[in-house]
Design a protein around this ligand. Structure first.
Ligand code: SF4
Length: 450
């Protein structure tokens, strides 16, 4: 690659910091002692991982604790119930290891770590056996979870796959290699897209990533490779100064040269993540390979619950040559009470930002719930003679015939997920059956935002 990297001041080696490095972070950045105490306590239950770039380039320490990136990666007071937090703090202080372990298990169990259907639905079979590390929910797209790509350069406190990062092996969809997937794809030519996801596949070395990607190129019916990643936000050096950064770009070029579309599904939670020299250089280098970068993120209280933030982010994405793609609704797992934004407010935030955009940035859709029957978009609110309603639409569906179909639900100020809505009884029977079969309190997982 020929893009100049001289603008970048450093070529640091990646090093992650976690619960054992709280004192080190405190010594260097001097946040309030009570905030670091909360990190110590809450990170017993929720995953915590950060790195030097996030600490020194993304977080504005003068604005902590309200800084959005601090909220994005550091566990906070209020993410757990007050009683639980107090009990954990007492056990930690008393160095009661056994008591702490039991309390941690109990608290995690109460945070809905296994959203319904996660393991049962979307599981493909090959020759009568479950295909490990693959999910197949929508006809044209298979999700592939390479075993070595199931961590990230930092962890988002709101991640819906949080439980897998705290050692819940049950939740790791992990494939040791692509051989079985390749066989499956040959038997299912309708699958045109493979989404490689995690965790974050870009945590893998280029050599490892190549071993997962190249075999997929031997399947003619696969036309698009998508890579779900937050690495541009959390560790842009992966594409600039890491020892195998150039090689990974060559791998991207090879995918594009094979005639496939390469879609980098980038997760940006806040416009600040796009603004550093490192992120700009990474994006320019990725785009120069012929890959197209699509951007998506959930709407999260304390991080990005503001129309201006989304408008800035989508405009920033457009001017960097990226495609704004999805605003998601936060799912019902982990510290969701801390992060959730009611659908009524989510629509306001989305539309408030959308209205200000130039037409080319109106590629974005949302707010969208990845629910059991498919992706349900909240298209707006209507004031009809029979009362106020949400206008909803299936933009993706397990049953292809449902794609694109609109329906309505009674307006609610507080509902924050599909199963909390009263669906209009006049909804066609097949659609009504699909959306009300979303009985589980929470939706199954379909894709990490990566
Ligand atoms: S949202 Fe993505 S980047 Fe963030 S912790 Fe989860 S998998 Fe990792």
């Amino acid at each position: 690659m020929s893009l100049p990297l001289a603008v970048l001041p450093e070529a640091p080696r990646f090093r992650s910091l976690g619960p054992h490095h709280v004192d080190e972070v405190a010594a260097r950045y001097a946040p309030r002692a009570d905030l670091m105490e909360a990190v110590r306590v809450i990170s017993q239950v929720l995953p915590f991982r950060v790195n030097e770039y996030v600490l020194s380039h993304l977080i504005d320490w003068a604005r902590v604790p309200n800084d959005p990136i601090f909220q994005l990666v550091f566990p906070q007071r209020g993410m757990l119930a007050e009683d639980d937090e107090r009990e954990l703090a007492d056990l930690l202080r008393a160095k009661d290891k056994r008591g702490l372990r039991l309390a941690v298990e109990r608290v995690r169990g109460g945070l809905n770590p296994h959203p319904a259907g996660q393991k049962e639905l979307n599981v493909p079979m090959l020759d009568g056996e479950v295909l490990p590390g693959v999910q197949h929910k929508y006809r044209e797209t298979a999700l592939y979870f390479p075993q070595q790509g199931q961590t990230c350069h930092a962890y988002c406190t709101y991640c819906f796959r949080w439980a897998q990062f705290v050692g819940d092996a049950d939740l790791r969809f992990a494939a040791p290699g692509p051989e079985l997937l390749v066989r499956y794809l040959r038997q299912h030519p309708a699958v045109t897209d493979v989404l490689v996801t995690g965790g974050d596949p870009m945590i893998m070395s280029t050599e490892r990533l190549r071993s997962h990607l190249e075999p997929l190129l031997a399947v003619d019916t696969v036309r698009t490779i998508r890579i779900g990643t937050k690495s541009v936000a959390y560790w842009p050096h992966r594409f600039t100064t890491d020892p195998d950064a150039d090689e990974v770009l060559r791998l991207f070029e090879r995918v594009v040269a094979s005639g496939r579309s390469l879609a980098v599904m980038a997760h940006f939670s806040h416009p600040r993540e796009l603004e550093t020299d490192q992120a700009r250089a990474a994006l320019a280098r990725i785009r120069a390979t012929g890959a197209v970068v699509y951007c998506q993120a959930p709407l999260i209280k304390h991080v990005n619950d503001d129309s201006r933030v989304w408008a800035d982010m989508w405009r920033g994405e457009l001017s960097a040559g990226l495609v704004p793609y999805y605003m998601f609704v936060e799912r019902d797992t982990g510290p969701r009470e801390y992060f959730k934004v009611p659908l009524a407010r989510a629509v306001d935030i989305f539309q408030g930002a959308y209205r200000t955009l130039p037409g080319l940035a109106r590629t974005v859709r949302g707010p969208s719930m990845s629910a059991t029957p498919g992706k349900v978009l909240v298209d707006g609110v209507e004031d009809a003679p029979d009362g106020k309603h949400f206008r909803l639409r299936m933009v993706q569906a397990r049953v292809p015939e449902l794609v694109g179909r609109p329906f309505r639900a009674r307006f609610s100020e507080t509902a924050s997920w599909l199963n909390e809505l009263e669906i209009d009884p006049s909804t066609p029977a097949d659609l009504l059956a699909a959306v009300t079969s979303a009985v589980p309190k929470s939706a199954p997982q379909t894709a990490a935002l990566g």
